[in-house]
Design a protein around this ligand. Structure first.
Ligand code: FEO
Length: 401
């Protein structure tokens, strides 16, 4: 795909990774992703971010298309050092020999630790710094922990454009470049999945950072994240900012997720009975077996749910390994404002429900009493699970009131 001129003299020169399914080794991206990076042609020519190393050929090709005959790149701006954006940095420094490489204070540390460079022309640009390109200015705002310490936002006031790196991204490989060219509900879904699996633990930082940006009164009519679609026009820019505030506030919906694993289907039967109790009380329910769902898919559903019910049989005095994986993953993402409960079958020692309950309590969830069943559920214990679903539904109603 050729470079796209997104504003006069500003080009998208990114790469579309149609086949990416494993994103960063911990989440799935069913629709691929893009690595967006940009070129600004002014009196000084600037490359903003690079792409994943495997797209180095593509980046060189895009630069050859976008640069004028004999034109050199004067500056690099590196907003984030994670390898999906800085993967070509060493190769690009060697090939294009920039006069300066601008990055945040933490970016400089990360750059040194990643590339062990000796003589790169790195210049640190803390929040408030700016550089002139000739007719344009670039201003820098550190966005620490969104989602790495080195992250920064680059803003060009003359063009009202913000290069936001990972913030506002979505994993979606498309031939379209702008959010107004694609289906909005899918865009929102993929933005939420990205937020739930990458940005969620930093939600307090999102709120603080967006408030600080709001106080700066920056005029923004284009937002360019480094993954997925770009946002143009004041209305879409406001939409994406508002969406992030909504995501960061983590207000739960009338929805519950039952996530479980099962050996001989007893815990599964219990899960289905709990689901019936919830659904019969008007709660939207997702039933997700860890054998059929990736932990990142479960997390996307947990993100806007009011309740999380975890189920596992007792296995070797603990829980099944896929549930341990889910707990570790979910705990790291620090979901807020949830009701929790546990279910599980057992043969003799029966620790499952205790282990699950402790994990959910450790995540700060308000707990509803668990249900534990010996070997195979009976009509009575299935009824107990159904009633547990109803109790969770009542707790959700109270929470949302
Ligand atoms: Fe898209 Fe934090 O890398």
């Amino acid at each position: 795909m050729k470079p796209v001129e997104i504003k006069d003299g500003i080009y998208w020169i990114g790469s579309v990774d149609w086949n990416r399914r494993n994103f960063h080794g911990y989440s799935v991206s069913h629709h691929g992703t893009t690595y967006n990076n940009f070129l600004i042609k002014d009196e000084k020519v600037v490359l903003i971010d690079t792409v994943a190393e495997e797209f180095w050929g593509n980046l060189q090709c895009n630069l050859a298309h976008a640069l004028d005959e004999g034109q050199k790149i004067d500056y690099f701006v590196i907003n984030h050092l994670e390898p999906d954006h800085a993967g070509c940095l060493a190769l690009a420094v060697e090939k294009y020999q920039p006069e300066k490489i601008y990055t945040s204070p933490m970016g400089q540390k990360a750059m040194q630790a990643h590339f062990h460079y000796e003589d790169w022309p790195v210049e640190v640009v803390p929040t408030g710094s700016e550089i002139s390109l000739g007719s344009r200015t670039l201003q820098f705002i550190e966005t620490r922990m969104l989602h790495w310490p080195d992250a920064m936002l680059t803003y060009c006031p003359e063009d009202k454009i913000a290069f936001t790196n990972d913030a506002f991204g979505q994993n979606w490989a498309t031939s379209e470049r702008f959010a107004d060219e694609v289906d909005r509900s899918r865009l929102e879904e993929l933005m939420a999945a990205y937020y739930a699996n990458i940005v969620l633990p930093y939600s307090p930082v999102v709120i603080k950072t967006l408030a600080a940006i709001g106080e700066m009164n920056l005029e923004i009519d284009m937002i360019c994240p480094d993954h997925g679609l770009l946002f143009r026009g004041e209305e879409d820019c406001k939409w994406v900012f508002d969406k992030y505030i909504e995501f960061a506030e983590q207000k739960p919906k009338n929805k519950a997720v039952i996530v479980y694993d099962t050996m001989w289907h007893s815990t599964e039967k219990m899960a289905l009975a709990v689901a019936s109790g919830l659904a019969d009380e008007g709660v939207s329910v997702r039933v997700m077996c860890m054998k059929n769902n990736h932990h990142s898919e479960v997390m996307t559903e947990v993100f806007d749910s009011a309740a999380v019910i975890m189920g596992s049989p007792t296995h070797n005095n603990g829980i099944l390994p896929l549930m341990a994986d889910m707990i570790t993953y979910m705990k790291g993402l620090r979901p807020q404002n949830k009701i929790g409960s546990a279910i599980g079958s057992f043969g003799w020692s029966g620790e499952c429900v205790k282990v699950l309950t402790k994990s959910l309590e450790d995540m700060g969830m308000e707990m509803v009493d668990p249900v534990k069943v010996k070997h195979v559920p009976t009509h009575d214990t299935m009824k107990q699970c159904y009633e547990q679903g109803k109790s969770i539904a009542a707790a959700i109603k109270e929470k949302l009131a």
